[in-house]
Design a binder for this molecule. Structure first.
Ligand code: URA
Ligand code: SF4
Length: 187
């Protein structure tokens, strides 16, 4: 665990803790408000993210931006990151050893940000954060509370690009998140 952002940011520079270091252009640590009440966790950087060093800036990111606009949430208010911070080759799912090697950074981010709500975007985020016993199809749309954090699993935005029917569920889940987020903000 890293005690502060400086320690975390210094440690991840030139990280070679897993094989994903071999093909990356940039490490994508995350982006947004370091005091966010609401955090989003995706899978891993894609090609655009790898080039820019920022999360969710490609096609899936444009969908997220659209969702934020629809919900009335400013992207700069929240914090967005991924399970792995380096791009897996051909956007394959991160392997177990890679996710495990990278998890210390994510755990430290959560510890430093102290979000109230975490949206888990897709199966990779769900399984690596809450456990392998969780499945995205049955878990999505349901709040799961753990150690004072409310987790909402939902579809990964890239899944919506492949399957239109998931859009309705994704939107429903995020509306639920926005509702809860607004309740927390007025408290
Ligand atoms: N998909 C992800 O899971 N994360 C990104 O940052 C971009 C696409
Ligand atoms: Fe290090 Fe994570 Fe990148 Fe692997 S994915 S090299 S653990 S920063």
């Amino acid at each position: 665990m890293y005690e502060n952002w400086e320690e975390l940011e210094n440690s991840i520079q030139n990280c070679q803790k897993c094989k994903l270091c071999q093909n990356r252009q940039n490490i994508v640590l995350g982006q947004g408000n370091k005091e966010a009440k609401l955090m989003f966790i995706g899978e891993g950087p894609g090609a655009d993210e790898d080039i820019q060093g920022l999360p969710f800036v490609g096609k899936a990111g444009q969908l997220m931006n659209k969702a934020f606009r629809g919900l009335g949430i400013d992207r700069n208010e929240v914090y967005i990151t991924n399970i792995v911070k380096c791009r897996p080759p051909a956007n394959r799912v991160p392997e177990e050893d890679e996710a495990l090697a990278c998890l210390d950074y994510l755990r430290s981010q959560v510890m430093l940000i102290k979000p109230k709500i975490i949206v888990l975007l897709g199966s990779t985020a769900l399984k690596n954060i809450l456990g392998k016993e969780y499945g995205i199809t049955s878990s999505r749309g349901n709040w799961i509370e753990q150690k004072g954090i409310l987790y909402m699993p939902t579809w990964h935005p890239a899944a919506l690009l492949r399957d239109e029917s998931k859009k309705i569920e994704f939107w429903k889940d995020l509306k639920e998140v926005a509702k809860k987020y607004n309740e927390i903000n007025v408290k």
